[in-house]
Write a protein that binds this ligand. Structure first.
Ligand SMILES: Cc1ncc(COP(=O)(O)O)c(C=O)c1O
Length: 413
């Protein structure tokens, strides 16, 4: 594979020069076309270069492109209102960030400031960003050993994997017993988690039903905050506007990025409880010079309007069911499809029953991703599973064509 020399990234290999992107299609500079099953990792949920979102950015560029943190441009105020209105009443304030890493870092700081506690409970082999704090939440140890030490007082638990044991309630029960041991000490500021589904770079584990509700109950019991990272699950990806809606849980903090602007602006958000922050956070104030840059805000505002106007989550739910049904029909007897799972259009499966649990499947997954790519289907290389996360607006024809490619590659292994 050609190696790039522009931006060094040890985790994600460079694949191609992106010459054009539109809807669910990408083109390289040789003019070859690809159906996209990645959405740039859950970012272009409304399709690449969505014309309405892009127009909102260019219109804003003619008005104002910057508002420092002690001011508010009209587009920022409008977006703050629209975004917090999309959440339960208690979640009524928002902090301005430039992306997922910064939003999560702010959430960690808010949790410590509000509770006066230092420990954070999170999950091993998850991804929440690139700062020292967010890497400490769960990044793979091998990738971070050269920059150690990260941040002290982070406790990484094993994620309760719904497929580990049947019935899944048993897994949940064991997990909750372990979690309660940590929370009982009353030293834990926050439990930091995605809402029942890990989307960060390919772990794609799904928790047993009732996971988020149970974590909410336990955190409340011990005065620990619940922080839900919706950077990957937000903006209709899982068949609801936000992942917390699946169990109607109200966390203390929700973080957002990626699908927030459909890729048209660098923006992140921390939605939280104004009363809680005002009363307990003291002098701590998260700020960011470029957080909620008006251009990115214009994109985010239009993005949310479209999600709500078109009920995009319903599309995600319907198309996700279609994908699962087709994969079941074609590959249910194939050893290269195991543990088919996911919500909405965030779908994944493990690829070999020959591999023992915990064993690295990444080589086989890369073979599949490479072969699909040769045949015009772009998948994110998720490392240890195959992930299907196309733009939610993808046409059924393109969805079926992409699936046919994936299925034929798997059958040919
Ligand atoms: C679940 C999750 N949280 C946080 C992040 C970090 O977001 P960003 O890349 O915008 O800093 C990611 C990025 O992949 C993610 O998947």
């Amino acid at each position: 594979m050609i190696k790039h020399n522009i931006v060094y990234n040890p985790v994600v290999d460079w694949r191609f020069d992106l010459a054009k992107a539109e809807g669910s299609l990408l083109w390289d500079k040789e003019g070859k076309q690809y159906i996209d099953f990645s959405s740039g990792w859950n970012t272009t949920n409304l399709g690449w270069n969505n014309p309405e979102v892009n127009k909102a950015v260019s219109d804003q560029a003619h008005k104002n492109v910057y508002a420092p943190m002690w001011t508010a441009d009209e587009v920022q105020s409008k977006y703050a209102k629209k975004l917090t209105d999309a959440f339960p009443e208690e979640l009524d304030v928002v902090c301005r960030a430039t992306g997922g890493t910064e939003a999560n870092e702010m959430a960690l700081k808010i949790a410590r400031a509000v509770t006066g506690r230092s420990q954070i409970v999170s999950f091993a082999h998850t991804y929440h960003g690139q700062s020292f704090g967010t890497l400490a939440l769960g990044f793979v140890p091998a990738y971070v050993k050269q920059i150690a030490p990260l941040v002290p007082e982070f406790i990484q638990m094993d994620y309760p994997n719904a497929f580990a044991e049947q019935p899944e309630e048993k897994t949940l029960e064991k997990f909750l017993t372990e979690l309660e041991k940590h929370l009982k000490t009353e030293k834990v500021a926050a439990v930091f988690t995605e809402p029942g589904l890990i989307t960060g770079w390919g772990s794609m584990l799904q928790a047993p039903k009732g996971y988020l509700t149970a974590v909410r109950e336990l955190t409340q019991k011990y005065g620990t905050l619940l922080v839900v990272d919706e950077v990957g699950t937000g903006f209709s990806r899982t068949g609801k506007l936000f992942g917390i809606e699946h169990e109607e849980v109200i966390p203390d903090i929700v973080t957002l990025a990626k699908g927030i602007s459909n890729g048209a602006g660098a923006i992140g958000a921390v939605v939280t409880k104004g009363k809680m922050v005002e009363e307990y956070a003291g002098a701590f104030k998260p700020t960011s010079t470029f957080g909620w840059n008006p251009l990115a805000c214009a994109a985010a505002l239009k993005n949310l309007e479209i999600h709500q106007r078109d009920k995009v989550w319903e599309e995600a739910d319907r198309k996700g069911k279609l994908v699962k049904a087709e994969l079941e029909k074609q590959l249910s007897d194939d050893k290269n499809m195991q543990n088919l799972r996911g919500l909405g259009l965030e779908i994944a499966f493990d690829i070999s029953s020959d591999n023992k649990e915990g064993e690295d499947n990444s080589e086989l997954s890369t073979v599949i991703v490479d072969r699909c790519f040769e045949k015009g289907l772009h998948l994110a290389d998720a490392g240890d599973c195959i992930q299907i996360m196309p733009p939610l607006t993808i046409s059924e024809d393109q969805l079926k064509e992409g699936l046919e490619t994936l299925i034929s590659v798997i059958k040919s292994l």
